[in-house]
Write a protein that binds this ligand. Structure first.
Ligand SMILES: O=C(O)CCC(=O)C(=O)O
Ligand SMILES: [Fe+2]
Length: 374
């Protein structure tokens, strides 16, 4: 079972290794558990920061009241201190290298289909999906979705033409990289094939994809998983077949919400198997019968699930399969999770254990009462 690694909080340091001077005592650099929804966040887009400006916009509503109305500069420093605890210096160097890698590609790679680099909803999405998004209600989403297992949603999403273009863009990018000294960075530790879409210029398109076409749905169905505050993504295309990756072992994604859409082409096998949602502590526990669900991919169709839903992909036994996967993350949710003492309400094993405890305590009470009657 593979699992994402989250960096442990640590003392923030400046680039020369010294503990940074802080505007406020670090120990008091904390966020509130609930956001102040009446507070209008500032715009941070003009600032050159190592974190996405939207992260600051989202976190701002969680600032403690005494910080909320201070200057933008102080708030940025306060939030940056918190965020830096997640990014030790090694990570910051890695981020810098990644930036340079992406810049090299973006300056040199000639896109094959320029029209997929900016969001063009009518040409990307099926009309039924667009209608549901436009209506933007739980009922409109449910009218185009099936929920074959609790919290797993499937629906028609992408136009065949868009799927074709994205697949040929990926092929073209891979061919181009082979003619350079660059190395393709694979989407995750489990895949030997596939490409990261943000690496070759699709980041802005994915920003829109997530904020306008995933977030409206995830805020309705996945608020307890951080689905109401998604603020970053990792989008990639995976490739399966005899000469590519064949299968994928059981894992949880490094995401709050994952969208997995089959692009094509012709293939057999490759079903996704699901085994229930688990917190970090119970990621290896057995699946209960009601949690097991198998999903067969259909080109253009999406399956949406919490990142903590355990899953894997069976062998693609013939042909080639390409899937677009978008891992959507919420930095606010990850920060808040640190302060939660209660068991997560969404973990299947935590729920099972809680029920078991309740059943035992009821049994003990019952026996006590019986004893008293005798
Ligand atoms: O191949 C699939 O459909 C599943 C892929 C997946 O779960 C992943 O890449 O995280
Ligand atoms: Fe996955």
């Amino acid at each position: 079972m593979s699992q994402s690694q989250h960096s442990a909080p640590h003392q923030p340091r400046s680039s020369d290794g010294h503990v940074t001077a802080r505007v406020m005592n670090l120990n008091s650099d904390r966020l509130c558990v609930s956001p102040n929804r009446d507070h209008k966040s500032e715009n941070y887009e003009d600032l050159q920061l190592e974190f996405n400006p939207h992260v600051f916009g989202s976190l701002e509503q969680y600032l403690p009241p005494h910080v909320l109305n201070l200057s933008r500069e102080v708030k940025v420093r306060y939030m940056r201190n918190i965020l830096l605890r997640y990014f030790p210096e090694n990570d910051r160097n890695r981020i810098q290298k990644l930036r340079e890698y992406r810049l090299k590609i973006i300056l040199n790679y000639p896109p094959l289909h320029r029209d997929i680099y900016t969001m063009d909803a009518e040409n990307f999405f099926r009309p039924s999906f667009l209608r549901a998004i436009k209506e933007n209600t739980e009922a409109s989403f449910r009218s185009i979705m099936a929920e074959p297992s609790t919290g797993i949603y499937t629906f028609e999403m992408l136009q065949p033409q868009f799927c074709k273009k994205l697949m040929s863009e990926v092929d073209s990018f891979e061919r181009w990289v082979r003619g350079t000294k660059l190395r393709i960075m694979r989407p995750n530790a489990m895949s030997k094939h596939g490409v990261v879409l943000e690496d070759f210029g699709l980041e802005t398109m994915l920003d829109k994809f997530m904020s306008d076409f995933i977030h409206p749905i995830s805020r309705v169905f996945y608020s307890e998983f951080g689905g109401s505050s998604l603020d970053s993504h990792h989008g990639f295309v995976v490739e399966y077949g005899i000469s590519k990756d064949v299968e994928l072992g059981l894992h949880v994604d490094d995401s709050e919400v994952s969208l997995n859409i089959c692009l094509g082409k012709e293939f057999s096998g490759g079903e996704v198997f699901f085994q229930g949602v688990r917190c970090e502590e119970h990621v290896l526990s057995n699946a209960q019968p009601g949690e097991i669900f198998n999903y067969s991919h259909v080109p253009g169709h999406a399956v949406l699930h919490p990142g903590r839903q355990r899953h894997g992909a069976r062998s693609t036994t013939s042909g080639n399969r390409m899937n677009l996967i978008i891992w959507c993350r919420s930095s606010a949710f990850r920060e808040l999770k640190k302060y939660q003492r209660d068991f997560p309400s969404w973990c299947g094993e935590c729920k099972r254990k809680k029920k078991e405890r309740e059943r035992l305590s009821l049994m003990v009470t019952h026996q006590e009462l019986l004893k008293r009657e005798i």
